[in-house]
Ligand binder design. Sequence first.
Ligand SMILES: NC(=O)c1ccc[n+]([C@@H]2O[C@H](COP(=O)([O-])OP(=O)(O)OC[C@H]3O[C@@H](n4cnc5c(N)ncnc54)[C@H](O)[C@@H]3O)[C@@H](O)[C@H]2O)c1
Length: 352
Amino acid sequence: MRTIRIEASRGYDVCVGPGLLKEAPGRLAALFPGARVMLVSDDRVFSLYGKTLLDDLAAAGTETETFVFPHGEKQKNLGTWGELLEALCRSGFTRADVVAALGGGVVGDLAGFAAAAYRRGIPFVQLPTTLLAAVDSSVGGKTGLDLAGGKNQVGAFYQPWLVLCDTETLATLPQEEVLGGSAEVVKYAMIGSEELMRTLEADPAAARSEKVIAACVEMKRDYVLADEFDTGCRQMLNFGHTFGHAAELLSDYRIPHGQAVAMGMAVMTRSAAEAGICSRETADRLLRLLQRLGLPETIPFPAEAVARAARSDKKAQGSRLTLIVPEGVGACRAETVDASELIAWLRRGGLT
Ligand SMILES: NC(=O)c1ccc[n+]([C@@H]2O[C@H](COP(=O)([O-])OP(=O)(O)OC[C@H]3O[C@@H](n4cnc5c(N)ncnc54)[C@H](O)[C@@H]3O)[C@@H](O)[C@H]2O)c1
């Protein structure tokens, strides 16, 4: 088991290793003596891990309530969020109680934003069960929801009190979800670690190992500590996301987040190689790795539609957008461009 300490506006431990869900009741009781726990999960994750966790919490003497909603990105909306807030209120939760998010990024983002808003903030812990949530969404305090006009358009920076990533839960992840999380791991390699890239090139399956998950959390910690509120270098973590979010939106969220990020990274890197910002070898290494992982290498929409959707991304500031552009493996830079230039970037990246 590895523990990474994040000293952000709230300090907390991120623990990564096998068997951590079994330890959760003891750790929660120690951190929040006498607190009740609202266990938030989606139907798939709850059916796999929810009952055992509730039994273990009861055995530890912890009172619980549950809020389970249908799985999928479409549930990360104001309606489900409102229902969770009403459930917290109905159950009489106070700031002495805890919200526990058991699941992937959808559960974590939704439960975290409810915890941030309910009574102006009650404690919450993340129990990530997807690779994507383990390496990315459960750490760093971004919480939020999608609106009809775009992804993550409303939310709050709200750090958790604890993150317990039980790596055993990754064994039941569908292949598609393993791939999505692997895309985020590739992202970390591209923005900051030649060593991680080499590890993945030697064995793409290493993306889901405890060692690699912990390495990604450490990288995320460094970005969060340097720029918790995402006004500077934390934007590097958006590599692949501007075009990726556009692809998600255009597919009506049928393209999962991680796959969309892979598409966005591939198009951006091809474009950067064409423009002479990075070498062709850099682009080839990324594309080869994505191919070996079984991840997509292009966006299945025309450049014009992607550019239009990208403009609605919340990272857009008026007609200006910040693109994260690779200069090599392990090195990216931020480039602010006018929205009118997006089509040229996308066409250079291979879109028609
Ligand atoms: N807050 C952040 O910093 C941040 C960062 C990256 C992504 N995100 C958000 O995260 C979301 C994507 O997260 P995700 O990919 O985890 O999606 P998800 O939460 O929808 O999970 C994907 C699917 O896997 C299932 N699942 C989860 N754990 C499982 C397990 N152990 N075994 C079997 N099935 C399991 C879920 O039921 C769901 O159907 C997006 O909404 C994205 O915007 C947030």
